[in-house]
Design a protein around this ligand. Structure first.
Ligand code: SF4
Length: 120
């Protein structure tokens, strides 16, 4: 599952973006429609919510041909910036099916909470 997908592809409401720009994860898992119905229509929904949905592999610009290049970049950049490779895992509803976690492990989760899909 892609943990940072546009609303049009979303099936799961992963969390809210807080005023500080971090994700407040929602557990247990909720359908994306629940959150989409409450989003402010005057702002891009992906700037308010983190949404997850099926990974579209070759239809995504981040797909390298073998894995998600965005998850890889995020994990590497978090490690470079903080020097940390192991951080406390957030309580996240999709961990068992998350592509970033499957490919990058715990360092993906550490970086994940700072990702805003549409940061306009
Ligand atoms: S990277 Fe980690 S915290 Fe983010 S969605 Fe995947 S499993 Fe959840």
């Amino acid at each position: 599952m892609c943990p940072s997908t546009p609303a049009a592809n979303a099936t799961v409401f992963l969390g809210m973006i807080t005023p500080a720009g971090q994700v407040a994860y929602v557990t247990p898992q909720l359908p994306a429609d629940v959150a989409l119905a409450t989003a402010d229509p005057d702002r891009p929904v992906e700037s308010q919510l983190r949404l997850a949905g099926p990974c579209v592999t070759t239809s995504c610009g981040f797909w390298t041909g073998a894995h998600c290049g965005l998850g890889e970049r995020l994990a590497a950049s978090y490690q470079e910036t903080t020097g940390e490779t192991e951080a406390e895992l957030p309580r996240c509803a999709i961990r068992r099916s998350c592509r970033w976690y499957a490919e990058q492990g715990r360092s993906a989760c550490a970086a994940c909470s700072y990702v805003v899909t549409d940061a306009r």
